[in-house]
Structures are given as structure tokens and as C-alpha cells.
Design a protein around this ligand. Sequence first.
Ligand code: ADP
Length: 258
Amino acid sequence: LQTRLNVDAPYQEFHRLAQAFNAMLDRLQKVFEGQRRFVDHAAHEMQTPLTVLQGNIEVVLQKARTAEEYREALLNNWEEVQRLVSLTRSLLTLARLSGDHSLVQPAPLALEPLLRELVDELAVLADDHKLRLTLQADPVPSIQGDPRWLKQAVINLLHNALRYTEPGGRVTVRLGIRESQVCITVEDTGQGIEPDQLPHLFERFYRTDRARARDSGGTGLGLPIVKEIIEAHGGRITVESQVGTGSVFTLWLPIPKS
Ligand code: ADP
């Protein structure tokens, strides 16, 4: 649409404009439809914990209780509140990021200290899950990255690796260069993912049947958030997995031209 109109060939120009206009309408329609499905799904996901909370509170209010019973009822509700907090936090992050990649503000960033800090921070959680969490870092150049968002991306991958790996397993974070790009990989020896489910992992609210069966408390928004963050850095995310062996998630980040 930016090119100037050719007034000597008005019919072809009109045709060209009409085609561009229709293509734009189709794109808009897809975006609106995607937004509608997203809101619908989000409301549905919030309804489940809210209904459980409502039921629990009604039961407690039906008769007088001892302090101990009140305490137990509050504890039962705590899990649902946690689920709602984590869901709304993820929804807000995703809504902010997908509308506006300018929230990510890249600056020269050394990845090894950032990853080391993360692995140290999650050591206690890994211990709780009886998993060995380690970092193997090769020297890599600084990249253009926003530490706050990249940290969030790796935390999401690590939380998944810890959540979907059985006690006694290993989670390894690697930093290195492959195909002229900086790669951060998060590798686990966990339950793995069926091949037919791999293409859907980055869809909003998608959770594999295994994850649903375990009711591991996830939201299905962690990986879509990672994808947004990495794309805002001009990079991409890939995954390889084998059921029973484990999964490898790789963040590919461009090396800045010097
Ligand atoms: P969730 O909050 O459910 O973990 P994500 O978007 O982070 O949502 O992940 C989507 C789904 O991908 C998960 O529900 C799980 O089924 C699968 N998944 C993600 N990471 C792993 C992993 N390391 N091992 C096995 N399955 C995984």
C-alpha cells in the first residue's frame, strides 16, 4: 500500500488495492478469532478454581466449626488461590508481551553469570524434587538480551524440567554456540513428550495428556511465554523429546554483529 498508485491503469490498481484490503481483513479476522478463543479459554480456566473455592466456602459456612476445622478449610482453599494467582500472573505477562515486544529492552548481556545465578536459586527446589541440577557453560560472546525477561524464559523451562522429571533424575542447563548462534539448552531425564504432541506445545493453554493426568498444577502458558520472550530477542525455541528418556528445550539467540 505504500507504493504510489498508477493512475494510467486504474482498473489494475483498484484490483491490487482490493486484494491487499481483503488480505488485511483476513488477517484481522484471524487475530480477532484468536483473541476471542484466548479470552474464552482464560475465563474457563479461571472458572474451575473459583467454583472449587465457592463450594469449599459454602460447606464451611453451613455450620459452626472448630478453629482446627477452619484452618483445614483454609489450607484446602490455599491451593486453588495459588492456582488463580499463577494463572492471572501468566495471563498478564502474555497479554503484555504479545501486544508489545518493546517491553523487552535488550542490552549487552553475559549469559553465564545469569544462568549460574538461576541454577543456584533453584538448587533448593531441585533438592526438594530429589533431582541433580547442573550448569555446563562453554565460553560465548555477550548477546543483546534483557536479563529480566531471559531469566523468566529459562525459569519457565527449568520449572517444567523439574516438574516433569521423576526423583533421581537429572536436569542440565547448557550454554554454548551452535550453527553460529548462542544456545541455552535445558535438558531433563524426565517423562518425555509424545511426537504427535510436540507441535502443539507452544499453543496457549496446551497441556499434554500426561501433564493433565498428573495434575501437576501447570497452566499451559509457560511455554507460550518463553516463545514470546525469545522471539522478542530475534531468536527461536526448539524442542526434542523422547518418551521415557527426556526432553531438550533449546533457546537460540543471535550473536550480535561486532
Ligand atoms: P505447564 O504450565 O502446563 O507446564 P507449559 O506451557 O510450560 O505449561 O508446558 C505445556 C505442556 O508441555 C506441559 O503441560 C507439559 O505437558 C509439556 N511439557 C513442558 N515441558 C516439559 C518437560 N520438560 N517434560 C515433559 N513435558 C513437558
